[in-house]
Design a protein around this ligand. Sequence first.
Ligand code: AHR
Length: 332
Amino acid sequence: MRKSFLSTIAMAGATALALAACSGSTEPGTTNDPGTGGNGDELITVGFAQTGSESGWRAANTQSMQTAFSEDNGFKLVFNAADNDPAAQIAAVRSFINQGVDAIVIAPIVSDGWDDVLQEAKDAGIPVILEDRTVSASDDLFATWVGLDFEREGVYAGEWAAEYFGDTPTRMVVLEGTTGSAPANDRAKGFNDAIAGSGIVTIDSQTGDFTRDGGKSVMEGYIAKYGIDGIDLLYAHNDDMGLGAIEAIEAAGGKPGEDIIIITIDAVRDGMQALVDGKINYIVECNPLLGELVAGIVKDVVAGNPVDKEYFVEDQKFTQDEAAAVIDSRLY
Ligand code: AHR
């Protein structure tokens, strides 16, 4: 059940303030040095287990989190990026438990496999806050979740495709996100529900692991198998895979956005530019600027204040004309 729904505009404003007010960040895969807060208050030590650095979205999310969890804002951040390796991410969380941090924030790479380590955190009295992606574990093992409605994103993308193609027979290939991740599962479900009854048929669907290289190499395989003429529509679960696919289509002599209609999710700067340039046809946003909201919730959790079980942040969606109108004002 949805408990809270925040507007993108409010998030963008809060993050802009945070970006203006804070300085200093830690590179992925490293930790911050211990220190004291600029305001003299005791710092809240937070372990943040990030997925990795697979995409432009992830870079913006990491920046947002590191900015919000600054010493000026009352935090000592212990940062880990797991390079998309679920076992490494669980090991990082165990390390946070052993260090006795005050709270743990996790952006889970995959949904399954979290029960044991979340129970260990609970037994140690360390609250866990999920950020971005969800887990399949019992929700009494974490305090709250903050993120996006991935299924709704898939529905938005599918509704545009169904409207565009109607009942015209349409051969679609899909670039899936990381197998077993919440956004890959939910974006597939939302899209498939939305195109039911249309003329769109999935002729192939493989993971590109949310990376540009992955999207490019899977798309090269699709083109080798079906030819540019054998594909009408590409649905990529994120911008980076769509951008990699564009490289593959152009290298094969095709025109992305014309020979093959392309729909992606994220609305990061490079994706929006490709949309404005006519190489992508439609983008559904996935807002990565979650840091300020998560930091406020972590403070409440550590203080013992009541929090909702889930916080959804609102997404927008863009046609080519809509992207052209807003691209210069985007924060990421
Ligand atoms: O979990 C959010 C997804 O993860 C973004 O859509 C994708 O770009 C990122 O890697």
